[in-house]
Design a protein around this ligand. Structure first.
Ligand code: PEP
Ligand code: MG
Length: 798
């Protein structure tokens, strides 16, 4: 949890020991600098004093000196500052700064423990899906001082560029400073490479240690070090956060260097990272007005309205706005706003600043250290060169790949990784952004994942265009073709007529009108997926969804009546809408229930599907049709519909003379279906888990309402770490999936099992479905590559 937990430095200094330290070091300035740092950090972290009070006192001291650099403060200035800081403590904490080192230590240790539960740590864990009950240790260790003079300093190093993955010397160094100065962006750091000129011996030693660490971890390491009077000390290292692009590059570079194999390489990247790489980027050819350039801290293209604080960011984001959080520098209290923002822009701090590290970890676009910008959060304006003034609410665009900041909205274009999925390696032009190298890395990783994965990946697609795209993205069939989409648009009128039909004959005639249109839909999809399985689901939603809104219609009829007009059509429609109105449509007349109740509806759809298949066979195609019945709870429901489908198939065979092979199966999306899956598996030739409805009905959560209504409270209170509609609830809904899979296969060992709810494209859920032995996952076309990769990672990790 980098940057989330508290640290307190320089513990043990007090009015007496500061003199001892000064004498021992022969450096009074250093001792008082350390002491003022202790009071400042202790005051903020342990005594909960607003850091601004210390920052203002420090600024005032610098101002009095006519300087903006804290290095210009001498021993006497710092001694005075210590006194001011002590007054700040008394004023805002209502107690003096503790002089007893033991008390300082005890309080500091407690504060570090307690920082496990700060709001930002809780939010971070939720974001990263880290369990809250892991807890923390507290490390106490002796200080080395980077603020002992110009032959001392502190820095951060990466063994590779965390933004691009390129090998080299990356990091920041700050002379005569302590660690928090680097991260907070208080003073501007120098590039790590400059350390060679400052202290060659330490520099060479550091490079040697960096190589050792990388060899040991076989991965990019993020390192913190301090130099005390020309002696190098290593403070900490960890496997470093990196951008999505860097993750792919680094994984394949490590393979090329013989440090890891491809099996391990695919574990070094994630589906979420691949997803980030598929985001669009700014259009280079578009007209745009650059106003500043900062550091490319975390890639991506973000457009949004400028906000200056976390609170506004969250508020505007909640009301549907895209926002860019603009700060001088961020600190851990900005975390909520950073999560809400589309991008983050700071005017201070380097690639290792808080903003950069946190944004990278979250996969959020970030430009930091755009020094030409004067960010005035008090007056809520940014002043840019050339007299440009940006107010809160103005739109800007930030490019986390180049570090550029633009006024207004810059149009975006598809990512090279998406182009690669669309066209394959051959179709790519070198864009000069190192995109070709990235795409080659993605290609290697994807090939390996595809080579080892057990599950296949299908797409949810309802149109020939979506089906074709999904196929280019590597889909091995369609797992869910929702037919309700085919009843919307211009065809709504036909459906309205069907619903208004009074007699069986009228109804049959309306269904006959729909038949050729449906058939055309299916021909197109079967053609796009020729040779691959296509699961077509019979009509699912309640019929009233195809009718006008009841309130609007009532008003129209009432207004007409008050004018003495009589509108026959509207009146009939209103009666129909009333008849079909349901209090709980999600639990009402939908899915298989429609098939049972409305004569001829599912027959018409099945006929359209099978005639389309026959047409494709005659044209030399290989249609592999799977007809799927939705919302089945009970085997008799399924049997009833299946019999009707078989009869239609007999008729179509007789009429077309084409021998048709197809499967009839069901969705498992109700708890009762899962619990009686053994019975249902007798007639059903496949199951596809509808985990959207299964989550809704297992939790009793209305899928259309609860997420907006109260999930934020549930997430805040830790009732769940992630919405069960987003990632499968393994213990509850997952258990039903397991039960149904086992029961189903106990009756029909070769039963084909898949999932077509949203969870089919969620990385964690994909691993779960692999573990329980499903044959495939199905997800939206854009998620197909993600599911391929995660499926391969799951097999590889087993
Ligand atoms: C489901 O319920 O998971 C499903 C795929 O069906 P729909 O989302 O169309 O209800
Ligand atoms: Mg459903």
């Amino acid at each position: 949890m980098p940057g989330m937990m508290e640290t307190v430095l320089n513990i043990g200094l007090n009015d007496q020991s500061v003199r001892g330290l000064a004498a021992q070091a022969g450096n009074e300035r250093f001792a008082f600098d350390s002491y003022r740092r202790l009071i400042q950090m202790f005051g903020k972290t342990v005594l909960d004093i607003d850091g601004e009070h210390f920052a203002e006192a420090l600024d005032a001291a610098k101002h009095a000196k006519g300087s903006t650099n804290d290095l210009d403060l001498d021993a006497e200035d710092l001694r005075k500052l210590v006194e001011t800081f002590k007054e700040v403590v008394v004023k805002y904490a209502g107690r003096p700064f503790p002089q007893d080192p033991r008390e300082q230590m005890d309080l500091a240790v407690r504060a570090v423990f307690e920082s496990w539960n700060t709001e930002r740590a809780v939010i971070y864990r939720r974001q990263e899906r880290i369990p809250g009950d892991l807890g923390t240790a507290v490390t106490v260790c002796s200080m080395v001082f980077g603020n002992l003079g110009m032959d001392s300093g502190t820095g951060v190093a990466f063994t590779r560029d965390p933004a691009s993955g390129a090998q080299g010397i990356y990091g920041d160094y700050l002379q005569n400073a302590q660690g928090e100065d680097v991260v907070a962006g208080i003073r501007n750091t120098v590039p790590l490479a400059d350390l060679e000129g400052i202290d060659k011996r330490c520099y060479d030693q550091l490079l040697g240690i960096m190589a050792t660490l990388e060899g040991h971890y076989r991965d990019l390491c993020d390192i913190e070090f301090t130099i005390e009077n020309g002696k190098l000390w290593m403070l900490q290292t960890r496997v470093g956060k990196r951008t999505a692009a860097a993750a792919f590059r680094i994984a394949t570079q490590l393979v090329d260097q013989g440090l890891i194999g491809m099996d391990e390489a695919i574990q070094r990247v994630t589906g979420a990272q691949l997803g980030q790489l598929m985001f669009p980027r700014f259009d280079d050819s578009a007209k745009r007005k650059p106003i500043a350039k900062g550091m490319n801290a975390s890639p991506g293209a973000a457009v949004g309205k400028v906000v200056f604080d976390s609170y506004t960011a969250v508020k505007w984001h909640r009301s549907g706005e895209q926002v860019i959080l603009v700060r001088r520098e961020t600190n851990p209290d900005d975390l909520n706003g950073m999560i809400a923002a589309a991008g983050i822009l700071t005017s201070r701090g380097g690639k290792t600043s808080h903003a950069a590290v946190v944004a990278r970890g979250m996969g959020k676009t970030c430009v930091c250290g755009a020094e030409q910008l004067d960010v005035d959060t008090k007056n809520r304006v940014v002043r840019a060169p050339g007299g440009v003034i940006i107010k809160e609410g103005d739109v800007i665009s930030i490019d986390g790949t180049s570090g550029e900041v633009f006024l207004g909205e810059v149009p975006v274009v598809a990512s090279p990784v998406v182009e690669y999925f669309e066209t394959g390696l051959g179709g790519l032009a070198d864009t000069g952004h190192g995109a070709d190298e990235l795409v080659a890395a993605v290609d290697r990783v994807m090939r390996h994942a595809d080579g080892i994965r057990r599950m296949s990946v299908r797409a949810n697609a309802d149109t020939p265009e979506d089906a074709a795209r999904a196929r280019r993205f590597g889909a091995q069939g369609i797992g869910l073709c929702r037919t309700e989409h085919m009843f919307l648009g211009e065809r709504r009128q036909l459906v309205e007529r069907l619903i208004l039909a009074d007699t069986d004959e009228e109804q049959a005639a309306e269904l006959a009108n729909l038949l050729p249109l449906q058939r055309e839909d299916f021909v197109g999809i079967l053609e796009a997926m020729d040779g691959l399985p296509v699961t077509i689901r019979l009509l699912d939603p309640p019929l009233h969804e195809f009718l006008p809104d009841i309130t609007e219609l009532s008003v129209r009829v009432a207004v007409a009546e008050s004018r003495g007009e009589k509108r026959e059509g509207d009146l009939r429609m209103l009666q129909a809408v009333h008849k079909l109105h349901e209090q709980n449509p999600m639990l009402g007349l939908r899915g298989v229930r429609l098939g049972v109740v409305i004569p001829g509806l599912f027959e018409m759809q099945s006929r359209a599907i099978l005639e389309a298949a026959a047409q494709r066979i005659k044209a030399g195609g290989v249609p592999r049709v799977e007809i799927m019945v939705p919302l089945v709870a009970n085997v008799q429901e399924f049997e009833t519909v299946k019999q009707a489908i078989i009869q239609v198939a007999r008729d179509v065979r007789a009429e077309t003379g084409v021998h048709l092979e197809f499967l009839v199966g069901t969705m498992i999306e109700l708890p009762r279906a899962a619990l009686t899956a053994d019975q249902i598996a007798e007639p059903a030739e496949f199951f596809s888990f509808g985990t959207n409805d299964l989550t809704q009905t297992t939790w009793g959560f209305s899928r259309d309402d609860v997420e907006a209504a109260f999930f934020s409270a549930y997430l805040e209170k830790g009732i769940f770490g992630v919405s069960p509609f987003e990632s499968i609830d393994v213990e509850g809904v997952g258990e039903l999936v397991k039960i149904a899979a086992n029961k189903g296969r106990s009756k029909r060992p070769q039963l084909k099992l898949g999932v077509c709810g949203e969870h089919g494209g969620d990385p964690d859920s994909v691993h779960f479905f692999d573990h329980v032995g499903l044959d495939y996952v199905s997800c939206s076309p854009f998620r197909v590559p993600i599911a391929r990769l995660e499926s391969g990672r799951s097999t590889g990790a087993a």
